[in-house]
Design a protein around this ligand. Structure first.
Ligand code: ATP
Length: 470
């Protein structure tokens, strides 16, 4: 059943041009995806919404676009060269590789510790558990876990040696920390203030999976919010509230499918004072879509130490220097996109329109927030063999194109075209019919309510603008 829904979403994404497996004509490449015409629209809408909510609507937050490849010292200072690892176990028979901590988590979630002769406490000792379990694929013996660094290596220039080696960034955050002083020196920002960034991140995940949930190349939307030490706890909680507001009020994700999960002490990264995950209830269970962490002064202190550059902040009000603490809300564009697709996916058995033919009994309606819909408006001439109607429909299309993301579609029966648009979440379908020729109007159909109203073509732009958020 779970597989079924995920499979249906994956197939919809492929069939309608949201997401394609990367390099498919060469047999694919694990953990990488390409985003088709509808996928790129949806991703752009998510990113625009985040940027508006996190940056444009706040006086004390500015944007940044730092490079993917940075001086390798950045990763030494941040601790990624040494610590950005996951435990890997390999099957001695089929040689499949697994995240050892995920295998242990599976046992914890299944509640079958007894079957393996393990107690709750044993589960914290990954190496011990691995000796008791077998390969989930073939039942073979697993190797003891070893730490595997997730950063993709690359070399600068023609010589490949230790001196030229660096990495593709595994998070966008470090690009912000190394520009902290540039922002302080060039913008009139005062603590508390934030720097936000959207960009690609790369992680050589041991087991990518669950479609676009865990991939090796993805985009992050991160904010580093610099605060006075002592104010960090309060501001941390405010950001958790703000971020939940974005998911529920702005994106319109169902409240009951979201939860806040505070990290347990033993789960916390060594630099974090506190951390919560915002999780979405995916078809297979709860999964992290965002992490919000209090990183304290760890990153700036490390970069100050490694670069020798003074990164302290002079607080005029307090008349003293300090290294600010940092609150970081960080989420992945693709995970948010996947959550939106799952949240909006509706399959209606038996169909919801009279024109549904028996062979097309079930209909898919993608009810994602209309402000994020990849196509906002579809223009459909009722028939395509009547020139006056198609001509008028094309005129409407031309008129709307510079205001909304539109699609013109005249192929197939009108019922089929409605269903095609419902499936990709198009917010409004406009139909130009015989009456339109006399009355200079058309019908506008709402995706969710199926309500149809006649609108004068002269009033159309204003009418539709009122339906979308500015
Ligand atoms: P996980 O525990 O799922 O591996 P994480 O805790 O390592 O995630 P963070 O380092 O907190 O993730 O990254 C912040 C956000 O970036 C995550 O909440 C997620 O939305 C996104 N993200 C992280 N890794 C991936 C990935 N491999 N594929 C897609 N998105 C990712």
């Amino acid at each position: 059943m779970v597989k079924d829904i995920v499979q249906k979403i994956v197939s919809l994404c492929k069939r309608r041009g949201f997401v394609f497996p990367s390099s498919e004509i060469y047999g694919g490449i694990g953990g990488f995806y390409d985003f088709g015409p509808l996928g790129v629209e949806l991703k752009n809408n998510i990113k625009r919404s985040w940027w508006k909510f996190m940056i444009h609507e706040r006086e004390n937050v500015v944007g940044l676009d730092s490079s993917v490849v940075m001086n390798s010292m950045v990763w030494q200072a941040s601790g990624h060269t040494e610590n950005f690892t996951d435990p890997l176990s390999e099957c001695k028979s089929c040689h499949k590789r697994f995240r050892a901590d995920h295998l242990v988590e599976d046992i914890r979630n299944s509640g079958k510790m007894n079957e393996y002769g393990l107690s709750d406490n044993d589960l914290d000792d990954i190496a011990k558990v691995i000796t008791k379990i077998k390969c989930p694929e073939c039942g073979g013996e697993l190797t003891p876990p070893r730490q595997f660094n997730l950063m993709f290596k690359t070399y600068i220039g023609p010589v490949e040696d230790d001196a030229t080696r660096t990495y593709l960034r595994p998070e966008t955050a470090q690009g912000i920390f190394i520009n902290y002083k540039n922002i302080l020196d060039t913008q009139r920002v005062k603590i508390p203030f934030g720097i936000g960034q959207i960009g690609k991140a790369f992680r050589n995940e041991i087991t990518p999976g669950n479609f676009i949930f865990r991939t090796r190349e993805f985009e992050q939307m991160e904010l580093e919010y610099f605060v006075k030490p002592g104010n960090d706890d309060e501001i941390f909680h405010k950001w958790v509230e703000e971020r939940m507001k974005w998911y529920t009020k702005i994106l319109g994700i169902k409240k009951e499918r979201l939860r806040i999960r505070p990290h347990k002490k033993e789960e916390l990264a060594h630099y974090a004072k506190s951390c919560v995950d915002i999780e979405y209830l995916f078809p297979w269970g709860w999964g992290e879509i965002e992490g919000i962490a209090n990183r304290q002064d760890f990153d700036l202190s490390q970069h100050q130490r490694f670069s020798g550059i003074d990164l302290r902040y002079f607080d005029e009000k307090e008349n003293k220097y300090y290294i600010p603490y940092v609150i970081e809300p960080s989420c992945g564009v693709e995970r948010v996109m996947f959550a939106l697709l799952c949240d909006g996916f509706n399959e209606i058995e038996g169909g919801r329109t009279k024109t549904t033919k028996p062979a097309e009994r079930s209909e898919i309606v993608l009810k994602i927030n209309r402000n994020l819909a990849p196509i906002q408006v579809a223009i459909l001439p009722l028939v395509r063999n009547k020139e006056e109607i198609t001509k008028k429909a094309r005129e409407v299309y031309q008129m709307l194109r510079s205001h909304f993301v539109c699609q013109y579609d005249e192929s197939g029966s009108i019922g089929r075209r409605y269903r095609r648009q419902d499936e990709i979440g198009t917010a409004f379908c406009l139909t130009i019919d015989f009456e339109s020729l006399e009355q200079d109007d058309l019908t506008c159909r709402d995706r969710d309510t199926m309500e149809q109203v006649r609108v004068k073509i002269g009033d159309l732009i204003e009418f539709l603008k009122n339906k979308f958020n500015k």
